[in-house]
Design a protein around this ligand. Structure first.
Ligand SMILES: CC(=O)SCCNC(=O)CCNC(=O)[C@H](O)C(C)(C)COP(=O)(O)OP(=O)(O)OC[C@H]1O[C@@H](n2cnc3c(N)ncnc32)[C@H](O)[C@@H]1OP(=O)(O)O
Length: 202
């Protein structure tokens, strides 16, 4: 097991894995100044890490765009997920490879969580939601029933999304926002009720 990205987010993932006795061999990070994290070795390249065919990867980078770029770069490796034992996920829901689920997350029935998603601490995904690849649902955010979140979007800390809402791709929902209307692709939305203040320019 290797993590790609030696960050604060990686430390949280390491602790999830440790609690399940899935001890990482190390991390990869292209910053040569980072040589260890939580006493695990940090390698600057995949070659230095001396990988085997059995190794599994998680991309431990919080930035959604960078996580997508790294996933494309690592097309040869096999990804796995990390799901905290204190998360509750419906047996009728699906969680994609590379996705990380932190403590006290709830995913209710018939929800579909994509690949390389972050479901951060204490967030709540209710029934019949679709969370596409590379999304980040921040701590304490809540999606009501039948919400869709497009690829790469971040739902900010403590935000709430009402039932049946469609949120586009690569949007940003600000901390504490209350979303009562559909959100277009790339929109940055803040406040209660949420309003678009600008568009993400990637
Ligand atoms: C474990 C972890 O750490 S997970 C990380 C969790 N982090 C988050 O959820 C952060 C979410 N990010 C935000 O809320 C950010 O403020 C963003 C993305 C919405 C906006 O950030 P920026 O693009 O830098 O915008 P900026 O700070 O310049 O603010 C623009 C305007 O929106 C307002 N604004 C920014 N964020 C919010 C917010 N959450 N709620 C209400 N108003 C806000 C600002 O006051 C400012 O208003 P003004 O133009 O009247 O002065």
């Amino acid at each position: 097991m290797f993590l790609y990205g030696a960050s604060g987010h990686a430390k949280v993932i390491c602790e999830i894995l440790e609690s399940q006795h899935r001890i990482p061999y190390g991390l990869i990070d292209d910053n040569p100044l980072v040589t260890s994290l939580l006493d695990y070795p940090v390698y600057n390249t995949l070659q230095q890490a001396a990988l085997t065919a059995d190794d599994r990867f998680i991309i431990s980078i919080g930035n959604n765009r960078i996580r997508k770029a790294i996933a494309a770069k690592l097309s040869e490796v096999t990804f796995t997920s990390a799901i905290h034992s204190a998360a509750i996920i419906s047996v009728r829901s699906v969680v994609g490879e590379g996705t990380v689920v932190m403590s006290n997350v709830s995913v209710n029935v018939h929800s579909n969580i994509g690949r390389h998603v972050i479901l951060n601490t204490n967030c709540s995904i209710d029934h019949d939601c679709v969370v596409e690849d590379f999304v980040h649902i921040s701590p304490n955010a809540a999606l009501a029933g039948n919400v869709q979140v497009g690829e790469g979007t971040q739902i900010g800390i403590g935000a709430c999304v009402m039932q049946n809402i469609r949120i586009g791709k690569w949007a940003t929902i600000g901390a504490g926002a209350v979303i009562i209307r559909d959100v277009p692709d790339y929109a940055v939305v803040v406040g209660n009720p949420g309003r678009v203040i600008k568009m993400n320019q990637f």
